[in-house]
Design a protein around this ligand. Structure first.
Ligand SMILES: Cc1cc2nc3c(=O)[nH]c(=O)nc-3n(C[C@H](O)[C@H](O)[C@H](O)COP(=O)(O)OP(=O)(O)OC[C@H]3O[C@@H](n4cnc5c(N)ncnc54)[C@H](O)[C@@H]3O)c2cc1C
Length: 392
């Protein structure tokens, strides 16, 4: 029978962003009556989320520290004309650990799993079946709103965690191995050593189209493993992603597409890196911000999260310009040259790029020197607006 529930704050979507907000609020305001609602029976879906140490500010590390399942002291990249090792922490969080930690930390009544939300406002939630929640404030963290409002390229991949019959030879993450055959845009393999005989291998494309053929990519992962001399005993788990690479767009329209006055977090708020589609660094910042707000009513939550998301969007025009150069100026089979050149730059600049915190000097440095694409096409791509084709 449908029931009525009252609480201080309802967070809809127990994925990455929603869970981090719930954890931050519980830590900073222990008495708060929080509800974390998800349509699935588990928190966080089935993911491995990776990030660089420099993505998370020192004062926010307490939030992600209990979630980290793997850590390395550096990582590598490899291109046809250049390979490099870069120092600095690199971490991975498994969704199973997020699920365990949220269950162990929040009181049982805070978790409303297996509950699909039919509709919400900034102070109420209706669950399919009729249960109604009245909340001081609601945050919508249900994943992307209408991405169709942006001009997009795609970062798409299939990743498999492989169990090998012998130890592998890789002690650090290889975050881009672009020495492989280029097809369907910029292609690279991402390989994360998760154990002595275990390695997570992702076949990834910066592609013009979102379509993905998992059968083909699985075969390419198997070929890559064979090429590295790894004998695969079995595939432990698999994940797939088609993430947005934003070339341009209207932030206000995107925000409104998820409900004009509704407080939003995560992908739904547009809080993701325009080039990688990654959202963990922004999700940590948003959680820390919410936990420090004076009031958690719907209007305050809306204004604070809108302000964060809008300022973040405005500050990231540079990445959208770079994306236009990558997708509109470079021919698909030569896109790797843009990344190859980027990875010759200073490690600090590279770290700030992934954290979404490039300085003015970083931006000038990225654009200085001979561009890896024809200059005429580069200028046209920088100037082009959504939907504008750049002639090759
Ligand atoms: C395979 C994959 C790997 C990725 N790897 C990384 C990475 O390494 N690092 C990184 O920073 N980013 C990564 N990303 C990108 C991005 O950070 C993730 O997609 C991240 O999970 C987005 O967080 P979110 O909270 O916005 O959405 P999600 O984590 O997708 O959470 C949304 C939640 O809302 C729930 N939901 C949706 N609709 C309803 C409804 N009607 N009722 C109730 N619940 C609902 C869903 O069940 C889900 O749990 C990855 C993405 C994918 C797909």
């Amino acid at each position: 029978m449908p029931s009525k529930i009252s609480c201080d704050i309802a967070i809809v979507g127990g994925g990455l962003a929603g869970s981090l907000i719930a954890l931050a609020l519980h830590a900073k305001r222990p008495g708060l009556d929080i509800r974390l609602i998800d349509g699935s029976d588990v928190i966080g879906g089935d993911h491995i989320w990776s990030f660089f140490a420099s993505d998370v500010a020192p004062e926010h590390r307490w939030l992600v520290a209990p979630l980290i399942g793997h850590m390395w002291r550096g990582h590598r990249v490899a291109f046809p004309a250049h390979a490099r090792e870069i120092d600095g922490g690199y971490y991975a969080i498994r969704s199973e650990q997020l699920d365990r930690h949220v269950r162990a930390t929040l009181p049982p009544r805070a978790l409303m799993l297996g509950k699909r939300v039919a509709s919400l406002t900034r102070s109420s939630v209706v669950i399919v079946g009729g249960t109604r929640i009245k909340a001081g404030g609601v945050i919508d963290a249900r994943g992307p709103a209408d991405l169709g409002l942006f001009a997009l390229g795609w970062q798409k991949f299939v990743g498999q965690e492989l169990v090998l019959s012998d130890p592998h030879d890789q002690d650090q993450p290889l975050v881009m191995d672009a020495t492989i055959r280029q097809t369907d845009g910029y292609r690279f393999v991402y390989a994360l050593p998760t154990g002595v005989e275990r390695i997570f291998v992702e076949d990834t494309y910066y592609s013009d189209v979102p379509e993905l053929d998992p059968t083909v990519l699985r075969k390419r992962i198997a070929d890559y493993a064979a090429g590295r001399g790894w004998r695969v005993e079995h595939v432990l788990r698999e994940e797939q992603g088609v993430l947005p690479v934003v070339l341009d767009g209207d932030f206000d329209a995107y925000w409104a597409s998820g409900g004009q006055q509704v407080p939003k977090a995560g992908m739904r708020a547009g809080l993701f890196h325009p080039t990688t589609g990654y959202s963990l660094p922004d999700a940590v910042r948003a959680a820390a911000l919410v936990a420090e707000l004076d009031s958690l009513d719907g209007a305050t939550l809306h204004d604070a999260l809108f302000d964060l998301a809008k300022k973040t969007w405005d500050a990231r025009g540079f990445y959208r310009i770079l994306n236009r150069m990558l997708f509109r100026a470079a021919s698909p089979d030569e896109r790797y040259k843009v990344l190859e050149r980027f990875y010759r730059l200073d490690p600090g600049l590279i770290a700030r790029f992934y954290a979404g915190r490039s300085t003015m000097l970083d931006k000038l440095r990225v654009f200085s020197g001979k561009p890896p694409v024809p200059i005429g096409r580069a200028i046209a791509a920088v100037r082009s607006r959504p939907g504008t084709a750049v002639r090759r």
